[in-house]
Design a protein around this ligand. Structure first.
Ligand code: AMP
Length: 385
C-alpha cells in the first residue's frame, strides 16, 4: 500500500483519497490550520503532527500552493515531496510565475513587477490602460486585485495597494504585479500530468466561466487541434522547466487564435473536476499515479462534460439527480456564503445533449445560488444547436 501525505485537508485532498482507494493508496492530509495529520474524509481521525506524517509517508504532495515555506522545507528535506517545493512556491508567487513564463518563453500578458511608487508610475506609462494589479502572494479567486481604468483613479489605488503591502505579515515580502488587461475572447485551462519518468499526458482544454471572480462553470468538449497543441507546448515547457511531477494546471486567456498564460496552479484544479465523469482517468487518480511512479492513465475525453460549482449551498433539489449522466460531489463542508461546497458534473453523448441537460439543470436550480447558469446554458444551447 502506497502511503501519501497531502499538504492541505480540503476537498482536493478528499477527492484524491476517493480516487486513490481503488489503487490501494492510503491518503492522509495535513491540516495547516490545526497542524494535525487527519483522514481527508473523516478529519476527526487524527494521526499526529507533521513530523510523524512525513515519517509515515512514502510520498508527499500538496493540494494548495500557499503552504508555509518552513513546512515545504521540512517536506523537501525528507526527499518525498512531489511536485518539488520550488514548483509549489512558483505557483504561490506571481513574481516567480512571471519570471518562469519569461525564461521559458511562454506567451503571457505584458506586466511589470511593482515594489515601490516609481515602479507603479512606470507601469502607468509603459503598460496601456486599463490595468489590473494583483498581489504577488496569497491572491486567488480574484482576491487582492485592483483594476485601474482611468488615470484619475491612480493615486487612490496606489494608496490602497501600498497599505495592503505594508499590512502583509507573510515571511516573504508582499508585492504587486501590474498587468495589461487582455481583451480576451474566452478563458480556458489545461490540466495535465507529468510523472516521475518525465512522461506527459494532458487533458483537452477546458472553457471556464467565472461569476464574481470565482469559477462557476467549466466545459470540456472536442477542441481545435491547433489550440490544443499550443497549450500542450506551454505545458511541456513549464513542466520541464520546473522538473514538475504531478498534475499541473495552466489558465489561459484566448485572444483570437493565441493563448496567453494567466496563471498556473501546481496541483489538481477546479477546472479539472469534470475529468471525474468526462475522461478515462480523473485528474485525482492521475496525480496519484504521477507522484507514485505509476504509468499515467489515459486523459482522453470520453464525452462532452460540464462542471458546475456549488457555491454557498448545501442542498440541491433532489430532481436534479433525475437528469441523466449527472453526478453530484459534495465536500462535506460547513455552509458559508460563497464557499465552494461541492460541484455537479453533467455529460452528454454530444454537445447538443449536454447543452440540453445543462438547460434542464439550470431550470431546477435556484437562480440566486446559480446566477449565471441559465444564461450560460441558453447561449451554449444556441451555439451547438
Ligand atoms: P486571476 O486571479 O489572475 O485568475 O484573475 C481573476 C480573473 O480576473 C481572471 O479569471 C480574469 O477573468 C480576470 N483577469 C485577470 N487578469 C487579467 C488580465 N490581464 N486581463 C483581463 N482580465 C484579467
Amino acid at each position: 500500500m502506497k502511503k501519501v501525505l497531502v499538504l492541505g485537508a480540503g476537498q482536493l485532498a478528499r477527492m484524491m483519497d476517493l480516487a486513490g482507494s481503488p489503487l490501494n493508496m492510503d491518503v492522509k492530509a495535513f491540516d495547516v490550520r490545526t497542524n494535525n495529520v487527519v483522514h481527508p474524509i473523516t478529519p476527526e481521525h487524527k494521526y499526529g503532527g507533521l513530523a510523524q506524517g512525513i515519517a509515515n509517508a512514502d510520498v508527499i504532495t500538496a493540494e494548495f500552493e500557499h503552504v508555509a515555506h518552513d513546512v515545504l522545507a521540512q517536506c523537501q528535506a525528507s526527499g518525498k515531496l512531489l511536485p518539488n517545493s520550488q514548483a509549489i512556491k512558483v505557483g504561490g508567487d506571481r513574481r516567480l510565475e512571471k519570471a518562469l513564463l519569461e525564461s521559458s518563453n511562454v506567451a503571457n500578458a505584458k506586466h511589470i513587477i511593482i515594489e515601490n511608487k516609481a515602479d507603479f508610475e512606470r507601469a502607468l506609462t509603459q503598460l496601456e490602460l486599463p490595468l489590473i494589479f494583483k498581489s504577488a502572494l496569497e491572491g486567488y479567486d480574484g482576491k487582492g486585485q485592483w483594476r485601474l481604468k482611468s488615470a484619475e483613479q491612480a493615486e487612490a489605488i496606489w494608496q490602497e495597494m501600498s497599505a495592503f503591502i505594508d499590512a502583509a505579515t507573510s515571511s516573504v515580502p508582499q508585492g504587486i504585479v501590474a498587468e495589461k488587461m487582455v481583451p480576451f475572447d474566452r478563458e480556458v485551462s489545461l490540466v495535465g500530468a507529468r510523472n516521475i519518468h518525465g512522461e506527459i499526458s494532458v487533458y483537452p482544454l477546458t472553457e471556464n466561466h467565472h461569476t464574481n471572480g470565482v469559477l462557476s462553470v467549466s466545459v470540456a468538449a472536442p477542441i481545435n487541434d491547433a489550440l490544443q497543441a499550443q497549450a500542450g507546448q506551454a505545458f511541456k515547457k513549464m513542466a520541464e522547466a520546473l522538473d514538475y511531477v504531478g498534475i499541473l494546471a495552466i489558465e489561459f486567456f484566448q485572444v483570437g487564435e493565441q493563448l496567453l498564460v494567466n496563471e498556473i496552479a501546481p496541483r489538481v484544479h477546479n477546472s479539472g473536476h469534470w475529468t471525474q465523469q468526462g475522461a478515462d482517468t480523473c485528474q485525482f487518480e492521475n496525480h496519484l499515479r504521477a507522484i507514485s511512479g505509476l504509468p499515467l492513465g489515459s486523459t482522453q475525453l470520453i464525452r462532452p462534460t460540464a462542471m458546475v460549482n456549488i457555491l454557498g449551498e448545501d442542498t440541491l433539489p433532489v430532481e436534479t439527480l433525475a437528469i441523466p449522466s449527472l453526478s453530484v460531489h459534495w465536500y462535506a463542508k460547513e455552509k458559508r456564503a460563497g464557499r465552494k461546497m461541492g460541484h455537479i458534473n453533467i455529460s452528454g453523448d454530444t454537445e447538443l445533449m449536454l447543452a440540453q441537460r445543462l438547460t434542464q439543470l439550470a431550470q431546477l436550480l435556484d437562480k440566486q445560488a446559480f446566477p449565471d447558469l441559465a444564461e450560460f446554458a441558453s447561449k451554449y444551447l444556441a451555439k451547438v444547436s
